[in-house]
Design a protein. Structure first.
Length: 127
């Protein structure tokens, strides 16, 4: 694999955690290998590996973009990642408030619902 792929896997593990990445890798097939390579190199090896902004800021942007575009299925994964990126609950709420004003209250409302559920799950697993 490429250096960008290797960097992407390193960053992906740092942001999402080994358990998540191990599950995703175990479910990878020949069919989705090209897609998995694309997102590992592009999203994780380029965008998330850039030092242009902090991981905290990148986390907030990612959550806002997911909510604003209605891509809710990845919000719980990225909420869990905030434990590693440094984005606080307040940061996440600030991002979702921007979504409410600039992309629509229903999208922000749904994202907040998902965040609350995910934070509750995270708190339960810490016990």
């Amino acid at each position: 694999m490429s250096d960008r792929f290797d960097q992407g896997m390193k960053t992906r593990r740092e942001v999402l955690g080994d358990a998540h990445v191990d599950r995703a890798e175990a479910s990878k097939t020949e069919f989705d290998l090209p897609f998995q390579t694309l997102i590992t190199e592009g999203a994780w090896g380029t965008v998330w590996s850039s030092d242009g902004i902090s991981r905290r800021e990148r986390s907030m942007l990612t959550l806002a973009l997911l909510a604003a575009t209605g891509n809710f299925e990845e919000i719980p994964m990225h909420i869990r990642a905030t434990a590693r990126t440094g984005a606080s609950k307040r940061d996440v709420m600030e991002a979702f408030q921007h979504v409410a004003i600039y992309a629509g209250v229903p999208k922000a409302n749904h994202a907040i619902k998902l965040a609350k559920q995910t934070y509750a799950e995270m708190e339960q697993s810490d016990d």
